[in-house]
Design a protein around this ligand. Structure first.
Ligand code: R5P
Length: 278
């Protein structure tokens, strides 16, 4: 790994503890105004100072995020289908590598779809993206997207994460499962855990804690932060887990203590149920 790539990786994964809290707010690229992200600037900007990296689309970064932020950006670099499409996740490359550089992003995230009819397309495209990232010292993160019909178990996720690494991913983002340590052990590059659909705060904190105990470098979490009743308190609680070795109970206590008295944020946009499909 050359100097530029190592430098960019160190901006994502803290070299002091080898961990990262990535905030995933890219969901609109196929879900549109996802619950909790409708007013993107208003909802996301308060979370940014607590994230080690922001994972979003170039359109939302350009239109809705202040360019003065210090937080590094990872750009969603795959897409092409919507939640209404039967071939959801039949994705292709969406951002030219020159624009990734122009945006001063540290890298990209690309979904591969192992076990789905278009796995070959997404894996070959991902390999092209890795080539481009290697050329410019950018970080390529593979996201192991999972179709509804596939089981998110250690066998499947072990296959998908290992394939991602074999095809050159520098970081792999995947879902938590029983036996997650086996998934991590067989993947030679850092794994970050996607949060998945919104679940109670204690369950999300426990899942993140278990993923880290199993060897994950951290999380790239979205809905369990921005759909929380208090997203700022929740991202800070996740931070306690990741960088300060809090237990799930301690992190929940932190969340409760830091919740705003004003309570929940008014939500609008698509039904929360729609986000359960990913
Ligand atoms: C996945 O590919 C999505 O675009 C999100 O980045 C990912 O699912 C992580 O967000 P969440 O924690 O909401 O699952």
């Amino acid at each position: 790994m050359d100097w530029g790539m190592r430098n960019r990786l160190s901006k994502i994964i803290n070299p002091k503890d080898g961990r990262t809290l990535m905030l995933a707010v890219d969901h609109g690229y196929f879900l549109g105004p996802t619950t909790g992200l409708e007013k993107f600037r208003e909802y996301v900007e308060p979370l940014v100072p607590y994230a080690d990296t922001l994972f979003a689309t170039r359109g939302m970064i350009r239109s809705s995020i202040n360019p003065d932020i210090k937080t590094p950006i990872m750009l969603r670099n795959s897409g092409g289908t919507s939640i209404l499409n039967k071939e959801l996740l039949h994705e292709g490359i969406t951002v030219d590598i020159e624009d990734v550089i122009r945006m001063n992003a540290v890298g990209i995230g690309y979904s591969i779809t192992v076990g789905m009819p278009w796995e070959r397309d997404t894996i070959l495209d991902f390999s092209r993206v890795v080539d481009a990232c290697e050329r410019y010292g950018l970080i390529a993160m593979a996201v192991t997207a999972v179709g509804k019909e596939l089981k998110r178990d250690a066998r499947y996720l072990g296959l998908a994460t290992r394939m991602a690494a074999e095809h050159g991913a520098h970081i792999v983002k995947t879902y938590y499962c029983d036996g997650f340590d086996k998934v991590v052990d067989a993947c030679p590059v850092p794994i970050v855990m996607a949060g998945g659909k919104k679940i109670p705060e204690i369950d999300a904190l426990t899942m993140a804690y278990n993923a880290i105990q199993a060897g994950a470098a951290g999380v790239d979490m979205g809905r369990n932060i921005f759909q929380s009743e208090d997203p700022v308190a929740m991202i800070r609680a996740v931070r306690e887990l990741i960088h300060h070795d809090a237990t799930p109970r301690e992190a929940l206590q932190f969340y409760e203590e830091h919740r705003q008295a004003s309570g929940s944020r008014k939500k609008s946009g698509i039904a929360a149920d729609d986000t359960k499909k990913i």
